[in-house]
Design a protein. Structure first.
Length: 128
């Protein structure tokens, strides 16, 4: 019953996005010395949510629907643009560390939203 509340779905989507961002940051760090490697990044959660969430966008409930996205669809990954290193690599370790810290903060925010909503529901259904 409560798993269908929008606040829980949004916080879960935020946590998934933060996890994917953390994974890409770690992949970029791992390939920081790979010649010709182009770093990867995700679009910010707000822009992804605006196109796939309930912020006015259409949603598909079945794969046969023509317009709208199916929940759980992957967030598009783009290649980083920036100063190429002498070996053709576009990864900056400082930038990736900042992205990893931001992903951690976003994940903690998603958990805080989830816990806060859960506390509100517990208070609402508590009997005296």
């Amino acid at each position: 019953m409560f798993e269908n509340l929008q606040v829980f779905q949004t916080s879960a989507a935020m946590a998934r996005h933060a996890g994917q961002q953390q994974a890409l940051a770690s992949q970029n760090v791992a390939n920081a010395d790979t010649p010709g490697y182009a770093g990867k990044e995700l679009a910010p959660f707000a822009s992804h949510y605006a196109t796939t969430g309930t912020a006015g966008a259409q949603r598909a409930t079945r794969a046969e629907h023509l317009h709208g996205s199916i929940e759980g669809s992957q967030i598009p990954v783009t290649e980083q643009r920036g100063d190429d290193n002498p070996n053709g690599n576009t990864v900056s370790l400082e930038t990736e560390l900042l992205k990893a810290a931001e992903a951690k903060s976003d994940h903690e925010r998603a958990l805080a939203i989830y816990k806060s909503a859960l506390d509100i529901i517990r208070m609402a259904v508590r009997t005296n």
